[in-house]
Design a protein around this ligand. Structure first.
Ligand code: ATP
Length: 271
């Protein structure tokens, strides 16, 4: 990927199958992202204007970024990735010009997806009081973002996907029609999804016959996708630590690995 400070661009190499669970969510994203790009003529024929923005919210490590990348891959769209926190940390003026520049490049490279991580940092509610975004930097970034999103009406093949852990902090101006038209909750994985995530992350591992991924999925309540990925990696390391010429990762390795990992989510955090 090419990297300018604060933004990365590429067509990601992640497919829907790399994401365990979330079947309905994947379908909704396919319709919102892939269809307008792949079937733009059909949209034009029926006079439907495609969505401009989709907001993904949910706890960290549950695949918001990965979903955005898979959507870009499926649509063969250029993927521009921006971090709200990084934009916010720039000098006054610098963040806005990066934002404008990114939208300009996305128009040139269309079809494009602009992915906005930690969107709440830039798109936080304007309260005119002492909140973080009453700063000049925040105000100006938000108004630039609104202007750019409104400008997408004339452009085709560009979609903004934003991710946040704090959807309630997002300024309501961004939720108007033509901006973030679709808001999707990305939940922590349930038992079936955990099983599928474990399958994804053990796909290329040599695992023993005694490993039952269903039982591991049952035993890992509150684990996020990122933590399940970490569990699989750690099990491999445990096996190697025990025997550097190990041929397989066995059940006891998963068990030992699990003891050293504790999920960060608590029951109260699940919506
Ligand atoms: P954050 O809010 O911290 O940015 P996120 O929700 O965007 O987190 P990702 O960055 O997409 O989460 O996920 C982190 C890692 O966890 C990814 O590398 C991915 O491999 C793994 N992961 C998360 N969810 C899943 C899933 N459903 N299937 C497979 N892997 C997953």
């Amino acid at each position: 990927p090419s990297i300018t400070r604060g933004v990365t661009v590429d067509v990601p190499n992640v497919s829907w199958d790399d994401i365990g669970g979330l079947k309905d969510l994947k379908k909704k994203l396919q319709q919102a992202v892939e269809w307008p790009i792949k079937h733009s003529a059909a949209f034009a024929r029926l006079g439907i204007s495609p969505m401009r923005g989709v907001l993904l919210h949910g706890p960290p490590g549950c695949s918001k970024t990965t979903l955005a990348k898979a959507a870009a891959h499926a649509a063969q769209a250029s993927f521009f990735s921006l971090s709200g926190a990084e934009l916010y940390s720039m000098y006054v003026g610098e963040g806005e010009s990066l934002l404008r520049n990114t939208f300009r490049r996305a128009r040139l490279a269309a079809p494009s997806i602009i992915f906005f991580d930690e969107a709440d940092v830039v798109a936080a509610k304007r309260s005119g009081g002492s909140s973080k975004n009453s700063s000049v930097v925040g105000e100006r970034l938000l108004s630039t973002l609104l202007t750019e999103m409104d400008g997408l009406e004339q452009a085709n093949g560009i979609l903004v996907l934003a991710a946040t852990n704090r959807p309630h902090a997002i300024d309501p101006a961004l939720m108007r029609p033509g901006r973030f038209d679709l808001v999707l909750y990305v939940p922590p994985p349930d038992m079936e999804a955990r099983y599928e995530i474990l399958r994804v992350h053990t796909r290329n591992m040599k695992i023993g016959d005694d490993v039952d991924l269903r039982i591991i999925a049952e035993d890992t309540e509150l684990f996020t996708g990122a933590e399940l990925e970490g569990l699989c990696r750690e099990a491999g390391i445990v096996a190697l630590r025990e025997n550097i010429s190990a041929a397989k990762v066995g059940n006891q390795h998963f068990e030992t690995a699990k003891k050293s990992l504790k999920p960060a989510l608590t029951r109260d955090e699940i919506e």
